[in-house]
Structure formats: C-alpha cells, structure tokens
Design a protein around this ligand. Structure first.
Ligand code: HEC
Ligand code: HEC
Length: 284
C-alpha cells in the first residue's frame, strides 16, 4: 500500500464514522404507472444517460458493462424489473435513496461509479418518473459480475466519500433565467457532464469550484467545456454538437463522448439542447 492509498484509507475511515450516524429517512411514495409518467421517464432516462452504462448486448438495460476507474472495475447493474437479479419489487423510496443519496435498499452504500452525486440534484418527481419507466420494461434475468476492486475498498467507506463530496448539502444552484436553470439541471444533474469534464481530487471527488474545466481520466485528458473554453462556439454550434456530435472545427467527436451524444443529448428536444448550450455558454 503506497502513501496515497494509505491517505485515502485513513480519510475514508475517519469521516465514515461520522457519516454512518446519519441515514436519510425517506417517506414511502408510490411509483406512478400512468402512460404519461412512463413516457416522461423514458425521456428522463435518455437525459440521464443511463443507457451509456446500463446498456446490455441487446440494447436493453440489464447492465454488465465494465466501467474502469482508478479504483478498479465496476460492472453496471441490471436495472430491469427482474425481482432476483434486477430492481423488481423496488419501492419509490428505494429509487429516491439510490439515485439521490447513493444508498442501497439494505441501507448500505453504492460506489460513486454510479454517478449519484450528480443525480442528487434531480427532483423527486423526475426520479419517480424514471422509476415508472424502468418498472414498465420487460424484466431480464441477468446476474452481473461482482466489481473487481482492491481489498481495502469497501462499500461502507462511501459514507465518508459522501460526506466529503457534500452529499448532505447537495442543493442545486438556483438561476434567475428559467432557460439557464433548465440547462443547468440537464447538464449538471441529469446529464452528469461534470463526471467526466470536472477535475477530481485524490479521493475521486469532483471539484465543484472548478466545474467543467476539464479532467484527466484513466484513458486521457477530457476537454474543458466551461464558457471560456467554448468561447469560439456559438450557442447554435453547441446545440448542433449535442444533436449530432459535430465540433466547431468541423470534426466529429469520438471516444467516450460518442455514447453521450448517441444515447443522451441527441434524444432531447431542440429546446432542451439550446438550454444546455445557454447554460454552458453562461459565464460563472
Ligand atoms: C457512469 C455509469 C452509470 C450511469 C450513467 C448510470 N449508472 Fe446506474 N449504476 C452504475 C453502477 C456502476 C452501478 C453499481 C453501483 C454499485 O454496485 O455500488 C449502478 C447501480 C444502479 C442502480 C442500483 C441497482 C441495484 O440493483 O442495486 C440503479 C437503480 C441505477 N444504477 C439506476 C440508474 C439510472 C436510473 C441511471 C440514469 C438516470 C443510471 N443508473 C446511470 C453505473 C451507472
Ligand atoms: C463518459 C465521459 C463523458 C461524459 C459523461 C460527457 N463527456 Fe463530453 N467529452 C468526453 C470526451 C472524452 C470528450 C473528447 C472526445 C474526443 O476527443 O473526441 C468530450 C468532448 C466534449 C465536447 C467537445 C469539446 C471540444 O472542445 O472539442 C463537448 C462540447 C462536450 N464533451 C460536452 C459534454 C456535455 C454537455 C456533456 C453532458 C451531457 C458531456 N460532454 C458528458 C467525455 C464525456
């Protein structure tokens, strides 16, 4: 164990003791099952980019995709409503706890490879619509592999991570302009764009004061996408990029941004893409 890992271990252990004492209490809420909620949920699952990680070999959401990180390899869960290997039988409160607090139905912790730190800002209503859509899917029986992590990384330590990542005070910023507010919601919270475009500290926590200023990922540097970096892009250029992946220099984007365009931003309305562009171009 080198010094860096030792430091991480101590930090996680220490703050976890404090965090373990506070489990969020969420009243039980029904998952809607009307067609409008299911349709809204389908749209939100696109806006949330869930498919980029949870997609299976046949285009469904039964997971299995390996997600590499500096801490090890995570496998995306089966989020179809199979009761044994998926999320069948989940209540509304369990979706709220998972997506907005990173807590498992059993009271344990998810690993932040599931970007719940970003989804913490999603409204309860939207989480329940997402639940409505997921529950309407055909159940797929598929047990996904256990994550491949070093022995010193454990779920309970994520209590400490959550505390340091500011989960408790995860109040979304408010904006006067409703278009920018919508763009911020789609970019920051649902779109979790900062998970790749915001730099992280040694504990893997996104540095919110440097949001969208670019980051080093295991497979290379990810571009900055703040107003300064996008100075040469018009709002329309950016909205077009989010639709078809065409950059301002005339090239098509590649790498890990491709599935984001394919599964997330290309599926949104023009109005929502323009709102995201307005937010990104808005100086902070
Ligand atoms: C960056 C990849 C990624 C994205 C994007 C993502 N997830 Fe996940 N998700 C994961 C991983 C990895 C896990 C497993 C976490 C763990 O085991 O601690 C997970 C776990 C879950 C679980 C818990 C399943 C269970 O059986 O306990 C649910 C529910 C879930 N995701 C729903 C969603 C929804 C809904 C979205 C979109 C709004 C989404 N995820 C987007 C990677 C992702
Ligand atoms: C899974 C990681 C990931 C996520 C999530 C992600 N991006 Fe990216 N993004 C990348 C990578 C990697 C590139 C560079 C791709 C390349 O080299 O062609 C990129 C490139 C871009 C570019 C082009 C920048 C330039 O100067 O060429 C923009 C704009 C962009 N992303 C916006 C977004 C927005 C908006 C979101 C949220 C909806 C988002 N990204 C989510 C990984 C990601």
């Amino acid at each position: 164990m080198n010094t860096r890992w030792l430091f991480i271990f101590i930090a996680f252990t220490g703050v976890t003791i404090a965090a373990l004492m506070r489990a969020p209490s969420i009243p039980d809420v029904p998952i809607p099952d009307d067609q409008d909620s299911i349709e809204r949920g389908r749209y939100l699952v696109n806006a949330g980019g869930c498919i980029s990680c949870h997609e299976d070999d046949s285009g469904g959401l039964s997971g299995g995709m390996p997600i590499e990180s500096p801490f090890g390899i995570f496998y995306a869960s089966n989020i179809t409503p199979d009761p044994e290997t998926g999320i069948g039988g989940w209540q509304g409160s369990e979706f709220l706890l998972a997506l907005k607090h990173g807590r498992t139905p059993g009271g344990s912790y998810y690993f932040p490879a599931f970007p719940y730190r970003s989804y913490a800002g999603v409204t309860d209503d939207d989480v329940l619509a997402i639940a409505a859509y997921l529950m309407s899917l055909e159940p797929v029986v598929a047990q996904r592999p256990a994550h491949e992590l070093p022995g010193w990384v454990a779920r309970w330590q994520m209590g400490g991570w959550n505390l340091l990542a500011g989960m408790a005070e995860a109040e979304p910023e408010s904006y006067g302009d409703p278009v920018i507010a919508r763009g911020a919601y789609l970019t920051h919270s649902l779109g979790h764009c900062g998970e790749c475009h915001t730099p992280r500290n040694a504990l893997g926590i996104s540095q919110q004061d440097r949001a969208f200023t670019g980051a080093d990922m295991p497979d290379g540097h990810v571009d900055a996408i703040d107003a300064e970096a996008l100075a040469n892009w018009s709002q329309e250029d950016l909205a077009l990029f989010l639709f078809i992946g065409l950059k301002s220099d005339g090239e098509y984007v590649g790498g890990k941004m491709e599935p984001v365009i394919e599964h997330n931003t290309s599926q949104l309305t023009d109005e929502d893409r323009l709102a995201m562009a307005a937010f990104l171009k808005h100086p902070r």
